[in-house]
Design a protein around this ligand. Structure first.
Ligand SMILES: [Zn+2]
Length: 465
């Protein structure tokens, strides 16, 4: 499929790629040459000869695909939590067990491998919702070692990163208000809004491939007094991007009603959090008023269909939110699978099951959610193959057992991560012919996950080394 001989693996100042087909903003075009300079697209030409480019790609080239919501360490839970039923809350117990044992060293390995798996699947940018930022006893690291691990992992794996540094102050919410942090949650907290802002945003990550954004973990974890100050605090630090988990579980909505007399979205709205820079993650259990509030503000909603199915969260009102003015994007969250096509297919599939009708989203709308809308929710202007945009490209086979015979416009509804052959991020070729520049990603994952072998099962747990 690909002739990439002689191509250096690292970042390059310029290069050109030829594809038999590419998905441009106006539609699929043939014989496309994309030239890049300094990590951005310098030219897009159609009707060109393959011989006139440095690298010949096969299949259909898509813009880079965005993973708007990730917790890299949750990769340690895949295939390890299905044995004894349970609920979101019992799953969370397992997740806390992993979170308690993450160190800067083992997290670097795990995040590097998880990010490499993402790139191999066609994700070119990730929003890492980062809340395990302190020592297990709640003390800060001397230098922000967990942040450094994430940033280093992303750079080595070759994925564009928005580090969503997360505010987490309380241990839960019920009718009596917020609970104190429990022992495991100590390491998620800076102790105060001011301490969070100073640690996270005094010297934000700001490179051509990585930047800092912010997150409020949820209304469960941040009291209203602090919610009311978040936007002003971020404005002082020059941070626009703000994400929050919202209404993933019915229990969260009920607790918010009992404590505050309103839904989580309404609580966020009345405290100035909901605007065009805000991303509501999950947005599963929304009222009509919530939909109007998010849509009217032009806020983003990051649906995570594979996780929402895995955890039994429910199916959010995606089409209604889109029609109200909300901007949809997609995330893999706990990485039950890492496959941007699966997320698109499950978003549409959930809508069909929920409404008993077909074609809830057009293939173009699904692709927009997976590309430019995800980029925008993370503060990047990528996800479109046009001049001036970040040079992030994904080549997908059109002749695999899954994709043979599909209309190119509908390929996202048929393809899988396994059909991705080549991935370019910031003008650098990271995946070539299905191989990541770091080597065998399965091997990387196997080694990186070793500290948690057995650590997520209730009866056979042991402390990771
Ligand atoms: Zn999440």
């Amino acid at each position: 499929m690909t002739a990439a001989a002689g191509r250096p693996a690292g970042p390059t100042s310029s290069g050109s790629w030829h594809a038999p087909f590419a998905r441009l903003p106006e539609g699929v075009a043939a014989d496309v040459r994309i030239t890049t300079e300094d990590g951005r697209i310098a030219a897009v030409e159609t009707g060109t000869s393959p011989a006139a480019a440095d690298i010949r790609l096969g299949g259909l080239v898509l813009p880079g695909l965005a993973n708007a919501h990730s917790h890299a360490f949750h990769r340690a839970l895949r295939g390890r939590t299905h044995g004894d039923g349970g609920s979101f809350w019992t799953w969370r117990e397992r997740m806390y067990r992993v979170a308690a044992t993450v160190t800067p060293e083992n997290y670097l390995d795990l995040a590097r491998a998880a990010f490499a798996e993402m790139v191999l699947a066609g994700f070119t940018v990730v929003g890492e919702f980062h809340y395990v930022h302190h020592r297990p006893d709640g003390r800060p690291y001397e230098w922000d070692a967990m942040r450094e691990a994430v940033v280093t992992a992303a750079a080595e794996a070759g994925i564009r990163l928005t580090l969503l540094d997360t505010l987490y102050l309380a241990g839960g919410l019920d009718a009596d208000g917020h609970a104190p942090l429990d022992r495991v949650q100590q390491r998620y907290s800076d102790g105060s809004l001011q301490a969070w802002a100073e640690r996270a945003f005094a010297s934000p990550v700001d490179t051509s491939l990585a930047r800092t954004g912010a997150a409020v973990h949820s209304v469960r974890a941040v009291p209203e007094a602090e919610l009311a100050q978040v936007r002003a605090s971020l404005d002082d630090c020059g941070i626009d991007v703000l994400h929050a988990h919202v209404s993933e579980q019915v229990g969260e909505v009920d607790a918010t009603r009992a404590a505050h007399g309103c839904t989580p979205v309404e609580l966020l709205r009345r405290n100035g959090v909901v605007d065009g820079r805000f991303t509501a993650v999950h947005a599963t259990h929304l009222t009509g008023q919530d939909i109007a509030a998010l849509g009217g503000a032009g806020a983003f909603a990051a649906f995570c269909p594979s996780t929402e199915a895995d955890l039994g969260d429910g199916i959010g009102p995606a089409r209604e939110l889109h029609d109200a003015g909300g901007r949809l994007c997609l995330g893999s969250d706990q990485h039950v699978v890492l496959d941007p096509f699966a997320e698109m297919q499950r978003l549409e599939g959930g809508e069909r099951l929920r409404t008993l009708s077909r074609g809830r989203f057009t293939p173009a709308e699904l692709l927009a959610a997976a590309t430019e809308e995800g980029y925008a929710s993370l503060g990047w202007d990528g996800g479109r193959l046009e001049v001036g945009r970040p040079a992030d490209l994904v080549a997908v086979r059109t002749d695999s057992v899954r994709t043979a015979g599909t209309l190119l416009e509908q390929l996202p509804l048929a393809a899988a991560a396994a059909d991705v052959t080549d991935v370019v991020v910031g003008g650098a070729q990271v995946v070539t012919d299905g191989r990541h520049r770091l080597g065998d990603v399965g091997e990387l994952l196997t080694g990186a996950l070793r500290p948690w072998d057995g650590a997520t099962t209730p009866d056979h747990g042991r402390n990771p080394s």
